[in-house]
Design a protein. Structure first.
Ligand SMILES: N[C@@H](CCC(=O)N[C@@H](CS)C(=O)NCC(=O)O)C(=O)O
Length: 213
């Protein structure tokens, strides 16, 4: 398998965690999101992923974008630890938690959104930070309330799931933007527990070959 990603991409980080949890070997191909105006916009990458976003997974002659679709694909097609709990309601609950992060928090803070705010709408740095802080806080406030009901060691009881994958990557992103995460004991406990595991450590942005110190 080949994964097109970028070390600091939250969505690519999710997929790396999933691949490591499943014990799947893969080659990483770096798509630098900023250099030269963004390699995601170059013809060779846009031909692979018309959305011009990372990640994209290549499995033989099959190509797939959208991190949650990729995670679901590897979960159902490859043996190993399951990233969803058994049971229709448990599975749906975990999916909802993952989507609360992937749909309600992440897109609002994405690079191209911030670039549009800054370059097209002339939003200054202070207002841009307030935007990021606001949407992350709204999202994490809701996640914290959900985890009070669902969490054990991890987001959903004591099983590692796609919800943990999304949470860890999003909290990493929040820390990067200096969002105050002190008021979230459930989130912080789950993230600490996940980050003790090798799969999560291998997937850390700073442990990727394209990471810039
Ligand atoms: N919903 C997509 C989001 C993909 C996405 O937004 N990727 C970001 C990095 S985390 C990206 O490629 N940004 C490039 C840009 O904004 O130009 C997924 O989960 O795969």
């Amino acid at each position: 398998m080949k994964l097109y990603g970028y070390w600091r991409s939250t969505a690519a980080y999710r997929v790396r965690i999933a691949l490591h949890l499943k014990g799947i070997e893969f080659d990483s191909v770096a798509v630098h999101l900023v250099k030269n105006g963004g390699e995601q916009y170059k013809d060779n990458y846009a031909a692979i992923n018309p959305n011009q976003l990372v990640p994209t997974l290549i499995d033989g002659d099959f190509s797939l974008n959208q991190s949650l679709a990729i995670i679901d694909y590897v979960d159902v097609t490859k043996a190993g630890l399951s990233l969803y709990p058994d049971g229709i309601q448990a599975r749906a609950k975990v999916q909802a938690l993952a989507l609360d992060i992937a749909c309600e928090i992440h897109p609002l803070n994405n690079l191209r959104v911030q670039q549009y705010l800054a370059c097209d709408l002339s939003v200054g740095n202070e207002a841009k930070s307030a935007w990021v802080d606001h949407w992350m806080t709204v999202g994490f406030n809701a996640i914290e309330k959900q985890l009070v009901r669902t969490a054990g060691c991890y987001c959903f009881k004591d099983q590692i799931t796609v919800a943990d994958i999304c949470l860890v990557a999003q909290v990493y992103n929040a820390n990067r933007f200096n969002v105050d995460m002190t008021g979230y004991p459930y989130i912080n406990r789950v993230v600490d527990n996940c980050n003790k595991l090798e799969a999560f450590q291998l997937a850390l942005p700073e442990n990727q070959a394209d990471a810039v110190n």
